[in-house]
Design a protein around this ligand. Structure first.
Ligand code: HEM
Length: 192
């Protein structure tokens, strides 16, 4: 019973961290009219990818965390560096991220169906949730509201400045999470 309760607490917290509690302009099934197949495409594609790469849920949740801590959940971690700009992707804490190819693959299929409608930030949020659902008979563990807009700015130094480094002590971690409006409770559960 205790285990189930703890598990439910984790799921509720994840849904808050990953979008559901922030509300704002996010809503359930944002693409209902503009791209009705979007969420189903993410789910089907993720099932295929996770079957081949069981480590994918871990990779995606870390990428989602690293996206959300820098300029909010705006997909900025997915942008490539240019000749004049070093993007978040190429910042030291992000060099060990993986799964970009999976997001690209999903994005390509969605673009083929409804071009220019679904944000990469939403795809990452949905893909993360669906990747974790696979081991639970594809039952979603948390709700993902949609309607995130993609950012166009991605700066490596901002990733370094915003992501908590592995040598942070508890006080520093607490401050880092508080700066993103997350509590100590969030810090403990999400770190777990
Ligand atoms: C609290 C502050 C955190 C710090 C300092 C931190 C730091 C790190 C570091 C140093 C790694 C190893 C990276 C490598 O392989 O080079 C790691 C891995 C990981 N982190 Fe965090 N992390 C934090 C919070 C989180 C949160 C909130 C999540 C997700 C909700 C998360 C998800 C993960 C996952 C899934 C991995 C393993 C990724 C893999 O298997 O490749 N971390 N983290």
């Amino acid at each position: 019973m205790k285990t189930i309760t703890s598990f439910l607490v984790v799921c509720v917290l994840l849904s808050c961290f990953l979008g559901a509690c922030h509300g704002g302009n996010l809503r359930k099934n944002f693409y209902r009219n503009s791209c009705p197949q979007a969420e189903a495409i993410v789910k089907t594609k993720i099932q295929q990818h996770v079957a081949a790469r069981p480590e994918l849920p871990a990779k995606l949740i870390r990428m989602h965390f690293h996206d959300c801590f820098v300029r909010g959940c705006d997909g900025s971690v997915l942008l490539d560096s240019t000749a004049t700009n070093k993007a978040e992707k190429d910042a030291i804490p992000n060099l060990s991220l993986a799964g970009y190819d999976v997001i690209d693959d999903i994005k390509a299929e969605i673009e083929a169906k409804c071009s220019g409608v679904v944000s990469c930030a939403d795809i990452l949020a949905l893909a993360t949730r669906d990747a974790f659902s696979v081991q639970f008979n594809n039952v979603p563990l948390w709700e993902v509201l949609t309607g995130r807009r993609d950012g166009r700015v991605s700066i490596a130094s901002e990733a370094l400045a915003n992501l908590p480094p592995p040598f942070f002590n508890f006080t520093q971690l607490k401050q880092s999470f508080e700066s993103k409006k997350l509590t100590v409770h969030d810090l403990v559960v999400l770190s777990g």
